[in-house]
Design a protein around this ligand. Structure first.
Ligand code: DAH
Length: 352
C-alpha cells in the first residue's frame, strides 16, 4: 500500500511537469485530486487494512494528498504569473502617446442665430417671452385678423392636429410666432385691465408649415417676433427701432429700406431690406442682383389685434415685427440650402 502511494505521488508529479496551461492544470486536478482519483481511492480501501497498518497508511495517504495539493497551488501560481507576463508584454501601453482629443460640444447654428437676435433685442429693451408651439386656429389666425376663409391663410399651409372634435377652432402647430403677441398682450392687460401696462417683448420659437422640403423651404424653422405697445408709439418708432436693430446685427454701416407690404395683423405693413452685405449693394447672386436682402416683416399693430389683446386702440398704439434668424444666418454665411440646419451633418454643424 505504501509502495502504491509512492507511485501515485511520483506519477502525478511527473505528469504535472508537462502541464502548461490553466485548462491542462484543471484536467490534472480532476485526475489526481478529485473523489475518483487514485489517492482518494486509497482512503476508501483503508477498511481492508489491519489495525496497525491503518494509521500508517492513513498518514502516508494524507501526506501524498497534501503534497499534490501543494504542487497544484504552486503550479497554478506559476501559470497565472506566466499568463500575466504574456499579456503585459503583448499589450504594451505607451503612456507617452498624446491622448485622444475630446471634441467639445457646441451650440447648434440655429441656436446661435436665435440667441444673437434675442441678445440684440434684449439690449434694446425687449424682454424675451415664450409662447406655445401648439396653437388653436383662433389664436394662430382669427385673433390676428385672419377671418376663417381669408385668402392670406394660404400663405401658411398648416399642420392641423387631429384632436377631439373642435369644430371651426382646430388645433395646429403654430405657423408663425405672431399668436404669441395676443397671448402676451392678454397676460399684460390682465394685470390692470383698465390701464394696461406698455409692452416691449421678443417672442422666439419654432414655427411649422406644411410645405415641400426644398433647398429654400423647411417644414420647421425659427422665428423671432417683436412687439411694442404703449401710448404714442408711432411708425417713426418702428423705423428707428428696426434700423437700429439692423446696425447692431449687420454692422454700423448697414443701410435699410422699407417696402410697403401686407399682413392681416398690421396696418400699415412693411418689409425691411438691408443693403446686401456680400456685394455692398452692387448686385450679386446672394441678393439676386437687387442689391437688397429681405430681412423681416413689420407694421403697426392692427386695431382689431389690439382689441383682441385687451388694449383700447383709441388709447394705445404699437408696432410688431417678425423675422427668421436662420435666414439671416444663411445670408451671412452664403448658405444655399436650408436643409443643412436639420440635416445633422457634423461637417456642417462643426463650422459654427
Ligand atoms: N407672421 C409673419 C410671417 O410669419 C411675419 C410678421 C410680419 C410678423 C409682420 C409681424 C409683422 O409681427 O408685423 O410671415
Amino acid at each position: 500500500m505504501l509502495e502504491k502511494l509512492k507511485n501515485i505521488e511520483k506519477n502525478a508529479l511527473e505528469k504535472l511537469t508537462s502541464v502548461s496551461s490553466i485548462d491542462g492544470l484543471e484536467q490534472w486536478r480532476i485526475e489526481h485530486l478529485s473523489r475518483s482519483s487514485e489517492v482518494m481511492g486509497v482512503f476508501s480501501q483503508m477498511g481492508a487494512l489491519s489495525k496497525e497498518e491503518r494509521p500508517i497508511v492513513g498518514q502516508e495517504a494524507n501526506k501524498v494528498k497534501q503534497k499534490l495539493e501543494g504542487a497544484f497551488v504552486e503550479k497554478n501560481d506559476i501559470l497565472k504569473q506566466e499568463a500575466l507576463e504574456i499579456s503585459l508584454s503583448s499589450e504594451v501601453i505607451d503612456v507617452t502617446l498624446p491622448g485622444r482629443k475630446a471634441r467639445p460640444g457646441g451650440l447648434h447654428p440655429a441656436t446661435i442665430s436665435i440667441r444673437k437676435v434675442l441678445g440684440i433685442l434684449a439690449d434694446m429693451g425687449f424682454q424675451t417671452y415664450t409662447s406655445r408651439d401648439i396653437e388653436t386656429d383662433e389664436m394662430n389666425f382669427q385673433a390676428l385678423n385672419f377671418p376663417p376663409h381669408h385668402p392670406a391663410r394660404e400663405m401658411q399651409d398648416s399642420f392641423y392636429i387631429d384632436a377631439e372634435n373642435r369644430g371651426d377652432n382646430p388645433m395646429l402647430l403654430r405657423t408663425h410666432t405672431s399668436p404669441g403677441q395676443v397671448r402676451a398682450m392678454r397676460e399684460y392687460a390682465a394685470a390692470d385691465p383698465q390701464n394696461p401696462p406698455s409692452v416691449r417683448i421678443a417672442l422666439p420659437g419654432m414655427c411649422y408649415r406644411y410645405e415641400q422640403i426644398t433647398a429654400r423651404s423647411e417644414v420647421q424653422f425659427y422665428q423671432v417676433e417683436g412687439l411694442a405697445i404703449g401710448k404714442n408709439i408711432t411708425y417713426g418708432d418702428l423705423k428707428g427701432t428696426l434700423a437700429d436693430f439692423a446696425r447692431r446685427m449687420f454692422g454700423v454701416n448697414a443701410r435699410v429700406r422699407f417696402r410697403a407690404s401686407y399682413f392681416p395683423f398690421t396696418e400699415p405693413s412693411a418689409e425691411m431690406d438691408v443693403e446686401c452685405f456680400v456685394c455692398g449693394g452692387k448686385g450679386c447672386p446672394v441678393c439676386k442682383n437687387s442689391g437688397w436682402l429681405e430681412i423681416l416683416g413689420s407694421g403697426m399693430v392692427h386695431p382689431v389685434v389690439m382689441q383682441n389683446g385687451g388694449y383700447d386702440p383709441t388709447v394705445y398704439s404699437g408696432f410688431a415685427f417678425g423675422m427668421g434668424p436662420q435666414r439671416q444666418t444663411m445670408l451671412l454665411h452664403k448658405m444655399n440650402d436650408i436643409r443643412y440646419f436639420w440635416g445633422n451633418d457634423i461637417r456642417f454643424l462643426q463650422q459654427f
